[in-house]
Design a protein around this ligand. Structure first.
Ligand SMILES: [Cu+2]
Length: 224
């Protein structure tokens, strides 16, 4: 996934969706996020441009250049599915802070029913995964350095601003070989990685974050 660098994010993550009809098996892993008791809202966003915001889209928030959820709405669209840990997963649970992963790492896996709209966006490459919750001023917790959240005035903006973002790309399992050759090409490698995670079921679509996300992960691995 891409770091929202304008929000001083240093973490990284990856995600995959295995879609069969409207049933989506979703896995998300991330690390380097705000730790402690900080919940990280996670959503599949749909209906936008199917892309992540660029650093140049930062705006002034409480005197600090940063990107809030609304600033990037045209890029990634509205919330389609809330990746809660239990219960409701509709946009109604967008900020159900007690039902999202919390702490610096995310290791999420859940099978959910998604709407026709979300399924269509996943298949057409217009779905974007966003993990929220940043630590702009680096003090290890959410505070009001960027003011209140534009989504819920009771929450600090740091709690809802986007941290990691990745546009989903689709692979049809039926057309994929078992274990693509490692040609050194990032796209092909990412494809092969996806293939390796497929257990079976030729009718399902496997949807992962694109080659860019993979390259980012490689860079992260060598930088640490
Ligand atoms: Cu979101």
């Amino acid at each position: 996934m891409d770091r929202i660098t304008a929000n001083h994010v240093t973490g990284s993550g990856k995600a995959m969706v295995q879609l069969s009809g409207n049933t989506a098996k979703i896995t998300v892993t991330a690390s380097g996020l705000v730790g402690g008791a900080s919940p990280h809202a996670m959503h599949i966003h749909v209906g936008g441009g199917g892309v992540c915001p660029k650093p140049s889209e930062a705006k002034d928030h409480n005197g600090h250049a940063s990107i809030n959820v609304a600033d990037a709405m045209k890029d990634y669209g509205m919330i389609g599915t809330s990746l809660t840990t239990s219960g409701d997963s509709t946009p109604n649970s967008a900020l159900a802070v007690t039902r999202f992963p919390s702490g610096s790492t995310v290791d999420y896996s859940r099978t959910l029913e998604v709407t026709d709209d979300v399924a269509a966006n996943l298949k057409s490459g217009k779905a974007v995964l966003v993990i929220h919750g940043i630590d702009y001023n680096g003090n290890g917790k959410y505070d009001s350095v960027l003011g209140a959240s534009e989504l819920d005035k009771k929450l600090p903006a740091e709690a809802t601003d986007p941290a990691l973002c990745g546009a989903f790309t689709t692979s049809q399992m039926a057309s994929m070989p078992n274990g693509a050759a490692d040609t050194g090409d990032g796209a092909t490698q990412a494809h092969g990685t996806n293939t390796g995670m497929v257990a079976g079921g030729s009718a399902a679509a496997l949807i992962g974050l694109g080659a860019g996300g993979y390259a980012l992960r490689r860079r992260s691995a060598t930088a640490r």
